[in-house]
Design a protein around this ligand. Sequence first.
Ligand code: SF4
Length: 204
Amino acid sequence: MSPTRQRRLDELQARIRLCRQCLNAGYDIYPRPIFSGGLSSRIMLIGQAPGITEKEAGRPFNAGSGTRLFQWLAQAGIDETWYRETQYLTAVTKCYPGRAKSGNGDRVPSRTEQELCRPFLNAEITLVNPQLILPVGRLAIGLFFPSNQPLNEIIGTEKLVDGRWMVPLPHSSGASRWHQTPENRQHIQEAIQLIAKRFQEIKF
Ligand code: SF4
C-alpha cells in the first residue's frame, strides 16, 4: 500500500469531515459527513445520502435500508460485518439533508448539493480504486447510467467503466416501493447474481 496514496486518502477524508459547503450555500443540512472505508477496499457502495437513522448512528446504510441491502449482499456471498470492517461505504452527498417539505421521508439532495459533493466522491473513487462499485438508488445510479433510463431496464445489468464493474441496486429503504413488486424482485435477483460473480473474481 503506497504511503502517498494513504496520506492523500487521509487528507481527503479529513477534508470531507470538515466540509460545510452545503451549509454555507444555505442548505439546512446536518453537517456530519457519513462514510467509511480505507485504501484496501475493493468494493464501494454508493448511496444517495445519509438518512435520519444514519445521521443518529453515524453509520452508513444503517437500520431498515441497510438491513435490506445487506440481505441482498448476503445472497451474493458478502457478509455484512466483513463488509463494514473492510470495504467502502459512501454516498452522493455525505451529510443528512433533513426531512422533505412534504413530511414524507428525507429530502432528496438538490442538484447544487450533489455538485458540491461530487469532487469528494470522484476523489474517493480515484484514490480507493475499487474493482466493483454498487450504486444504490436512483441518484447514485444516475452518476453512471443514463438518468432517463427506467430502473427496470438498469437493475439486473452491469457496466464496465474505467476498468471497474458497476452493478446497480435500487433504493433499499422500506419507503421505496420499487423493490416490492415480483417483477422488480426478479431484476434484483439478477443483480445479486452479477454481484456474486464479480465478487468471486476480486482478489482481496
Ligand atoms: S454533503 Fe458533501 S459537500 Fe455538502 S457539506 Fe456535506 S460533505 Fe460537504
